[in-house]
Design a protein around this ligand. Structure first.
Ligand code: CAA
Length: 382
């Protein structure tokens, strides 16, 4: 029983868990190829999962943030590479359009995030602006017939599958005393003139998830591409990341949960010194501790989501959930590999993949250090 979870949320998560259980045999080939199968993205669209956070009036499921967290836990337990694509599409990208888009933008762009033909992208990071997001250098200038955007975005999840990206660019000169001022959000169709995608990154984990550069070379978009007000894009990005961090925290919970499930099953089967290794107290204590940490992380995730569902402030709670859950996932996947010993280090057992995939959770959507900054600022002020 969980106080944050109602029947509707449980039903949706249960349906996704059942669907996810069919994925196992697709994973090795897709991870090797470095691409998500398009038919699975289409299935997620048909199931309504891609539109789970989109209001019913806009054609989505209108599910709660709690449901979003539970669904991401299930998808991540099955396949973290797929889950991060959904997290970005249905979390930060859909959320930003829902919150800041005009009626026309919602009508035009939300169906493209929900119909299963692709996964949306969010383009904030650049080679020289990662944690210090406000120092971004991509520029946008207004011309007679719309906007021209110039810059190079880096490490963009879903770039290869995306119908469009939310791009953060600077309008006007950089004010060194107020770097975030002037940052503006745009909805940039990836088939717009002047937009191209760089080569896919070769990553430690999450290998089926695409991560590419997005190159904007005098990219042309019309006036309808402006998301929110000119100069107010940094707040759109930051509040998008608040919600996105709940998703990555939930992803961490899913990764840790599955790695620990595999380790427990293995420990009951594997015999050494004449008995199952699960009989040894050192291992039992390790499993008990990891399970407690996992439950604590899930509760932090659900608390942040629950606050969000009630329209209450949740920036700090999302950062706490992301910080705790992602760090917990490192310990859990490390323990899982250790429990499987030599087998844990081999690719035949999925725990080595969960350990590699889980490593990203302390980095993307804000490193652990950034989460600590967000938490400390909210407690002590800047
Ligand atoms: N919601 C709304 N507005 C916010 C906000 C929030 N949570 N946090 C800050 N703001 C506003 C502030 O109120 C301020 O507004 P004014 O200028 O009007 O006063 C403005 O934003 C600037 O705020 P700060 O002074 O706090 O900004 P900062 O430069 O000190 O940066 C930071 C703050 C928290 C360090 C931020 O830069 C940050 O989050 N960095 C990490 C970036 C990040 O998470 N990148 C992830 C990339 S996306 C990704 O990973 C997706 C993926 O592929 C999986």
């Amino acid at each position: 029983m969980n106080p944050f979870v109602g029947e509707t949320e449980r039903d949706l998560a249960g349906a996704v868990a059942a669907w996810s259980a069919t994925l196992a045999e697709r994973i090795p080939a897709a991870e090797k190829e470095g691409a998500l199968p398009r038919d699975l993205i289409a299935e997620l669209g048909a199931l309504g999962v891609l539109g789970m956070t989109v209001p019913e009036a806009d054609g989505g499921l209108g599910a709660s943030a709690v449901a979003f967290a539970l669904v991401l836990e299930e998808l991540s337990a099955a396949w973290p590479s797929l889950a991060v694509g959904v997290a970005v599409n249905s979390g930060i990208v859909a959320g930003s359009i829902v919150r800041s888009g005009t009626a026309r933008q919602r009508k035009r762009w939300l169906p493209r995030l929900t119909d299963g033909t692709g996964l949306g992208a969010f383009a904030l990071t650049e080679a020289t602006s990662g944690s210090d997001a406000a120092s971004l250098r991509t520029t946008a200038r207004h011309e007679r017939d719309g906007w021209r955007i110039d810059g190079r975005k880096q490490f963009i999840t879903n770039a290869r599958y995306a119908p469009f990206a939310i791009v953060l660019a600077r309008v006007g000169p950089l004010d060194p005393k107020h770097a975030s001022a002037g940052i503006t959000a745009f909805v940039v169709p990836l088939d717009a003139r002047g937009v191209s995608i760089g080569p896919s990154e070769r990553k430690h984990g999450l290998r089926a998830s695409d991560t590419s550069a997005l190159i904007l070379d005098d990219a042309c978009v019309d006036d309808n591409a402006l998301l929110g007000e000119a100069g107010k894009g940094f707040a759109i990005a930051m509040s998008g990341l608040d919600g996105g961090r709940i998703g990555i925290a939930a992803q961490s919970v899913g990764i840790a949960r599955r790695a620990l499930e595999i380790a427990r099953a293995y420990a009951k089967e594997r015999r050494q010194f004449g008995r199952p290794i699960a009989d040894f107290e050192g291992l039992r204590f390790r499993i008990a501790k990891a399970e407690g940490d996992l439950s604590a992380a899930r509760l932090l995730v659900l608390r942040a989501a629950w606050l969000r569902d009630r329209g209450m402030a949740f920036t700090r709670e999302a950062a706490m959930a992301k910080l705790y859950a992602s760090e917990m996932a490192q310990r859990a996947t490390h323990a899982a590999v250790q429990i499987l010993g030599g087998n844990g280090y081999m690719r035949d057992y999925a725990v080595e993949r969960y350990a590699r995939d889980g490593r990203a959770t302390t980095i993307y959507e804000g490193t652990s250090e950034i989460q600590r900054i967000v938490i400390a600022r909210s407690l002590i002020a800047a």
